[in-house]
Design a protein around this ligand. Structure first.
Ligand code: SF4
Ligand code: SF4
Length: 122
């Protein structure tokens, strides 16, 4: 079961997770041209080896270790992680549309500082 990046990454995007991932399955990296345009980073569900290294590296607790452990308010972001393929304009647009819809649906969470947002996940 792949790991999932959720909404504390919005407004953070510091890529600490990328630096520790042993299989380079988190994108876009800072050195990829897609980085500036993307709202959050995404974990490739088939490339993730469930090692767990990214979870403690994330300064805002944005990463959950499975679909089941992803809180209900964040489950809409599971398909965004699943669909995103770095460099593929169609899947990138679809993933970003899911994230934008999440932002619109959760003004309450977006009003919270990213460092405190995970604590408000339910
Ligand atoms: S669990 Fe491991 S392989 Fe999967 S995204 Fe995190 S660091 Fe990468
Ligand atoms: S470490 Fe956390 S906030 Fe930073 S890019 Fe990765 S998921 Fe996003």
């Amino acid at each position: 079961m792949p790991f999932v990046i959720t909404d504390p990454c919005i407004g953070t995007k510091d890529t600490a997770c990328v630096d520790v991932c042993p299989v380079d399955c988190i994108h876009p990296r800072k050195d990829e041209p897609e980085f500036e345009a993307m709202t959050i980073l995404y974990i490739h569900p088939e490339e993730c080896i469930d090692c767990g290294a990214c979870v403690p590296a994330c300064p805002v607790a944005a990463i959950y270790d499975s679909h089941d452990s992803t809180p209900s308010t964040q489950k809409d972001l599971i398909p965004a992680n699943d669909i995103y393929r770095n460099g593929d304009a169609d899947t990138m647009a679809k993933a970003e549309a899911i994230v934008k819809a999440h932002i619109e649906a959760h003004p309450d969470l977006m009003a919270i500082d990213p460092k405190e947002r995970a604590a408000a996940h339910s």
